[in-house]
Design a protein around this ligand. Structure first.
Ligand SMILES: Nc1ncnc2c1ncn2[C@@H]1O[C@H](COP(=O)(O)OP(=O)(O)OP(=O)(O)O)[C@@H](O)[C@H]1O
Ligand SMILES: [Mg+2]
Length: 377
């Protein structure tokens, strides 16, 4: 029998747990023409949420979704290329229509089109021969122009938005986007990604172009009660048993972290013949640490001595007073500025995040790995 707990990708909308309040907020924002900035630490479920939004929100057909993932983008040219292709593809049903839109709205870029088997064709540009600023604006205004002409509402969803920091001039890039997008009446933007500290600088710092661009939504974890019934239901349907006690224990040990609740449940299900017991649960805990340990070893090797000390301090003193003299002395960190510096670096590396004011491990299994491999040594 197939394991009912899938992690790493969402196969089917029926696998999606709750998030009804987030979906409702996004739906309202779209209807009210409010852009959304969606932020959370890694693997809490941003991409999946936006992926199911189209189906789950129940928005009428005139709302057309367009998805762009900046995961691989290394320059703003990558962005302009993929952005224009994604907009043209999501709004054109036929090759002729795509070409007509391209000619009508992107002529300043002298685009070329290459045909792909089974696809509508891909357009590309030679930016060196383009008309500079006007060309960028033509691309950025493409969604508004097409949506207006077709009398549709476009919802442009851009994943891993924090990757704009890799571009040569991130500030100029943001200024261009803002200058164009703030005038759009037929398009709503959903911009999302991790690296919370960096993204919140982009959207919440007054001096930045994207300040007050939209509703900033900090995604929360899925509540334990939803996980518990989901886990029990999936075990039951696949003819295995898990008592409520162990389902609760999963959410506690994995701190309701979306990806890890699923991975732990997956491993636990594999290890279980009929019914989950203490021994199987223990083995599954060892297994999940083992399964991820290669990654953690690499992460750990790349930490500075102070970063390691701060992580140990954090593991041993959750919610402690980290810049206080007592802990600084105990962990031999010298000064409070050393602690702050190490914490900022760990936050930038997405190893820790500040929830409700407290720095915490982003990855609950990394914390377990630290306990076993570093603290108990
Ligand atoms: N509501 C949900 N119900 C069930 N599974 C989910 C849900 N949300 C996310 N997942 C699963 O959790 C994993 C992580 O989700 P996803 O990739 O959407 O997170 P993310 O926040 O976009 O991560 P990253 O920051 O790494 O891009 C995926 O395997 C996905 O299938
Ligand atoms: Mg994602």
């Amino acid at each position: 029998m197939e394991n009912p707990f899938i992690y790493g990708h969402l196969n089917d909308i029926s696998e999606f747990v709750n998030r009804s309040a987030d979906i409702e907020r996004l739906r309202q924002n779209i209807e009210n023409k409010i852009n959304t900035i969606l932020l959370s630490p890694r693997r809490w479920g941003k991409s999946s949420l936006v992926k199911v939004l189209e189906k789950k929100s129940g928005l009428p057909k005139k709302y057309v979704f367009c998805h762009i993932d900046m995961f691989n983008f290394k320059s703003d040219e990558d962005f302009y290329y993929h952005f224009s292709n994604a907009i043209l593809h999501s709004t054109s049903s036929k090759f002729d229509e795509l070409v007509a839109n391209m000619k009508e709205y992107l002529s300043s870029l002298t685009p070329t089109i290459s045909l792909e088997y089974g696809g509508l064709g891909k357009i590309s540009f030679d930016f060196s021969s383009s008309e500079g600023e006007q060309s960028f604006m033509d691309i950025l205004n493409l969604p508004e122009k097409i949506a207006k002409k077709k009398n549709i509402r476009l919802v442009v969803c851009i994943d891993e938005f924090q990757n704009l920091s890799r571009f040569k001039d991130p500030l100029l890039f943001q200024q261009r986007l803002r200058a164009s997008w703030q005038h759009h009446q037929h398009v709503t933007y959903i911009l999302y990604g991790s690296k919370r500290s960096m993204l919140s600088t982009i959207f919440e710092k007054q001096s930045m172009p994207f300040y007050k661009f939209g509703d900033v939504l900090y995604l929360k974890k899925i509540e334990a009660s939803h996980w518990i019934s989901y886990i029990q239901r999936r075990f039951r349907r696949s003819d295995k048993k898990i008592s409520k006690k162990f389902a609760v224990k999963i959410t506690e040990l994995m701190e309701c972290h979306t990806y890890y609740v699923l991975q732990f449940s997956h491993i636990l299900w594999n290890n279980t013949e009929e019914q989950v017991d203490e021994k199987i649960f223990e083995k599954s805990t060892t297994d999940i640490i083992e399964r991820n340990s290669l990654l953690y070893e690499t992460v750990f090797e790349n930490l500075s001595v102070n970063q390691i000390k701060v992580l140990i301090m954090l593991a041993e003193n959750p919610k402690g007073k980290f810049t206080g003299a007592k802990l600084i002395k105990k962990y031999d960190l010298g000064t409070s500025s050393n602690v702050i510096q190490a914490m900022n670096a760990l936050e930038f590396k997405e190893i820790i995040d500040r929830f409700e004011g407290y720095p915490m491990f982003v990855d609950p299994v990394f914390r377990l790995w630290m306990n076993v491999r570093v603290l108990k040594k």
